[in-house]
Write a protein of this length. Structure first.
Lengths: 395, 258
């Protein structure tokens, strides 16, 4: 417990010194130098004590257990409390990610994994394969994630149709990109709207639990409570739409036993037009807000010294350009004109190949774990056969 | 096939599994398998009618658990031919399907673009399989913790079965985590953001990892190993359900809807 406790105390002391500002994350070349220094120092420490009992402690399970417990405690705080970035800094449980004791515990875990790998090297590979791929995989993934934090750049780029943009914002601060994005077109396709029931006191959907939603297309109908609802007409461009603002709307008929049928329009509204509802008892019938099915940006990437590149970016289909990844992150109505502004996220993560190498090792470790399960069951069967030729029965 | 058929599906599966629990031998397997096939057929039909994988909401993931728990029980039964784990797993599956029956959701066809990824189905299915195997681990652990209170030797005999199930469950948990990380990189730009759901996935993984590292303790006291595994399963349910109710949930983009 002593090493993990000492590291936690050192981290807490440093947190006091930093005044809660959090651990700095060095960027390249300092990040690469830090990683090399970390590997060199941990390897050097191990080699200098490798013939002493302390070597087994450094790479041993006792240190792993105490470090894991410390990390699980920090993880529980991180997972339970909302994390906020305020000035002056709030309590440590609300800023765990950059708090020195948490970062130190992660570094200690990487060191312990690395020492464990060094300690196991040289032993029979077939007996150590599961151990090595699992421990090295986690060490590489965690190490690359930690030392690469300062090199990870995530920038939001908002771009409208026909705009040429070569800058974005990183955590609210403007920053230039090494290329420019010229947006030709932003396409968004919506799911067909559905008929929904809303509780007017809360504004929330009062789900028609269990029954399939009624699609808003002419001729479709369904039952809501004891009322029959029929869709008479639907338009993506209702008569009260303006040239730059299409308003989707549907004309419906509600028939309630013992009452006259009621007919009227419902609409989810638009940028300029308010939504329209129809009353049904103590609730209201509404058109669901349009939900995007897919959206993509068609653009030209302009780089100095290179031919302009035509490309498109879609959710789940990022674009690789000049060491960056461009993601289709979102969109919003253009406040200064028709259509939408496309939100592109530009991400640079030079440590990703190391992380994925670690992932590959961890995946191999999982497969070896399945083999281990089979081995355990085979050993059990052998023991049973040798102990008792009759098969065992349930307890 | 749509949600209005679910009470019939639930009833058919319950009938098959209830009959299975009264029988043994081949009929136990056949009826347990038949109930599982009924649930599988419903999920396939729902998938077809919704035109999307039914994995978007919490209720839909419970359906998968109701399928994969008895399916993994049947697989385990091939290696450890005891009746009770299979019966308990079908009972547990009925409980989860029953919750879904009692809390019906509106199943619309929409699927947000980020979920329209080739990683979505493997991630959820692998995770649900992991949860199923870890649930078997927990159920066997709970049972043998009780049985071994007067005869600690019984705990030792159960440990290999529990650990075999744990190795499979933990391996699947790791693969599910990795699938999710690669998918997150493709869809959201980064493989790990310590989102509350991700943090609880890490905590679940870390708790089971702790078990593997405490082997010398368990060799001396197998009953405490079983107790640990029974308690560790709590993290699975915290990650799956309870994270939605935590103060941090508002910051999550990965919690289930519904």
């Amino acid at each position: 417990m002593s090493i993990a406790a000492a590291v936690t105390l050192a981290g807490l002391a440093l947190d006091l010194v930093f005044g809660g500002r959090g651990m700095p994350a060095p960027a390249y070349p300092d990040s690469a130098a830090s990683a090399c220094f970390f590997v060199a120092i941990t390897t050097g420490v191990y080699l200098s004590v490798r013939k002493r009992p302390i070597a087994a402690v450094l790479g041993g399970r006792h240190l792993a257990i105490t470090t894991l417990i410390v990390l699980l405690i920090w993880g529980a705080l991180l997972g339970y409390f909302p994390q906020v970035d305020t000035q002056p800094a709030g309590p440590i449980y609300q800023r765990v990610l950059r708090a020195p004791p948490f970062v130190f515990a992660l570094l200690l875990l990487v060191a312990n994994l690395w020492w464990g790998v060094l300690h196991r090297l040289g032993k029979r590979l077939d007996a150590s394969a599961l151990f090595l791929v699992n421990h090295l995989g986690v060490a590489v993934t965690l190490g690359a994630g930690l030392f690469g934090t300062g090199d990870l750049i995530r920038m939001d780029v908002w771009v409208g149709k026909n705009d040429l943009v070569w800058y974005g914002t990183e955590r609210g601060h403007p920053r230039e990109l090494p290329f420019a994005i010229h947006l030709h077109e932003f396409d968004v396709e919506f799911y067909p709207p559905e008929l929904r029931q809303i509780d007017p006191t809360t504004g929330a959907y009062a789900e028609m639990a269990g029954s399939p939603p009624i699609p808003l297309k002419p001729g479709s109908s369904g039952q809501i409570g004891n009322s029959h609802v029929e869709v008479l007409d639907w338009s993506a461009d209702a008569p009260w739409s303006s040239p730059d603002d299409a308003v989707p709307a549907a004309r419906i008929r509600i028939s309630t036993p013992g009452g006259d049928p009621a007919e009227g329009w419902i609409s989810s509204g638009s940028k300029l037009a308010p939504p329209i509802f129809m009353p049904l008892g103590d609730q209201v019938i509404a058109m669901s807000e349009p939900r995007p099915k897919r959206y993509l940006s068609q653009m030209t990437i302009v780089r100095e010294g290179f031919e302009p590149m035509e490309a498109s970016v879609e959710v789940n289909k990022p674009l690789r350009v000049a060491g960056w990844w461009l993601y289709q992150k979102g969109y919003r109505p253009n406040p200064s004109g028709p259509g939408y502004l496309s939100q592109i996220e530009a991400v640079r993560d030079p440590w990703l190949p190391f992380v994925y190498t670690g992932f590959g090792m961890m995946a191999a470790g999982s497969l070896l774990g399945f083999a281990r399960a089979g081995q355990i069951l085979r050993n059990r069967q052998k023991q049973q056969v040798s102990a008792n030729p009759l098969p065992s029965q349930a307890p | 096939m749509n949600w209005t058929h679910f009470p019939w599906i639930f009833g058919s599966a319950a009938l098959c599994w209830a009959l299975a629990s009264c029988l043994s031998g081949k009929w136990l397997i056949r009826l347990a398998f038949a109930g599982t096939v009924v649930v599988a057929a419903f999920i396939a039909g729902l998938w077809w009618s919704l035109d999307r994988p039914p994995m978007r909401t919490l209720g839909e993931t419970r359906l998968w658990f109701g399928l994969l728990l008895p399916a993994s029980g049947l697989l385990i039964h091939r290696f450890v031919p005891w009746k009770w784990p299979l019966v308990v797993s079908t009972g547990m599956a009925l409980l989860f399907l029953g919750i879904t029956l009692a809390k019906p959701e509106t199943h619309d066809r929409t699927l947000m673009p980020a979920l329209q990824s080739p990683w979505f189905v493997p991630h959820v299915v692998i995770y649900m399989m992991a949860y199923a195997f870890l649930c078997h681990t927990a159920l066997t652990s709970i049972c043998y913790t009780w049985i071994s209170r007067k005869n600690p030797g019984r705990a030792e005999s159960a440990l290999p079965i529990v650990e075999a199930s744990l190795w499979v469950g933990f391996g699947l948990l790791t693969l599910g985590l990795l699938c999710g990380a690669v998918w997150a990189k493709e869809a959201w730009g980064h493989y790990w953001t310590w989102d509350p759901k991700e943090t609880w996935a890490f905590l679940t993984w870390g708790c089971y990892l702790l078990y593997f590292h405490l082997q010398p303790v368990w060799r001396k006291n197998p009953r405490s190993a079983l107790l640990f595994l029974a308690l560790a399963s709590v993290t699975v349910f915290l990650c799956w359900f309870a994270v939605n109710a935590m103060p941090s949930a508002a910051q999550s983009v990965h919690t289930y809807t519904g």
